[in-house]
Design a protein around this ligand. Structure first.
Ligand code: CMP
Length: 133
């Protein structure tokens, strides 16, 4: 199925100059980046984006981190883009993220994990609406 998903290069990924590396992986897979921008996420948009994690013990740190510096937001489109981008990103847990994935190759940390990717069609639609008109 042709899908759209949201991929965010988080503040740690931007600081570590991984923007090109991540775009390269998305394009190598032959997915299409149909929208892209760099900006600092506002508190309101961060809270909307991570609403499902509101009650989690790591929520406050998560909001502080995602608003701590510029991010790159992109809408990626392709056949089964949601699941494919999740596979390119790798698992959230640094011990489970396999080498060859973005997190497996570039992150040791469960919070500062370089990228965010939508995990379902419903969330992808919601997340894209939050960041792109
Ligand atoms: P993301 O894919 O953006 O979705 C939720 C984020 O919460 C996740 O990536 C991590 O950055 C963060 N996260 C998930 N679990 C934990 C945890 N146990 N401790 C700290 N941060 C977490």
């Amino acid at each position: 199925m042709l899908e759209k998903t949201l991929l965010i290069i988080k503040p740690d990924g931007v600081k570590r100059k991984l923007i090109g590396e991540i775009i390269k992986r998305v394009e190598n897979k032959n997915l299409n980046i149909i929208e892209m921008k760099m900006e600092r996420v506002t508190l309101a948009k961060a809270e909307a984006h991570y609403e499902v994690h509101k009650e989690k013990p790591f929520y406050k740190g998560l909001i502080e981190f995602i608003t701590s510096g510029p991010v790159v937001l992109m809408v990626v489109e392709g056949e089964n883009a949601i699941e494919i981008i999740r596979h390119l990103a790798g698992e959230t847990s640094p011990t489970k993220a396999l080498p060859g994935t973005i997190r497996g190759d570039f992150s040791l940390d469960i919070l500062e994990n370089v990228v965010h990717t939508s995990d379902s069609k419903e969330n992808a639609d919601k997340e894209i609406k939050n960041f792109f008109k």
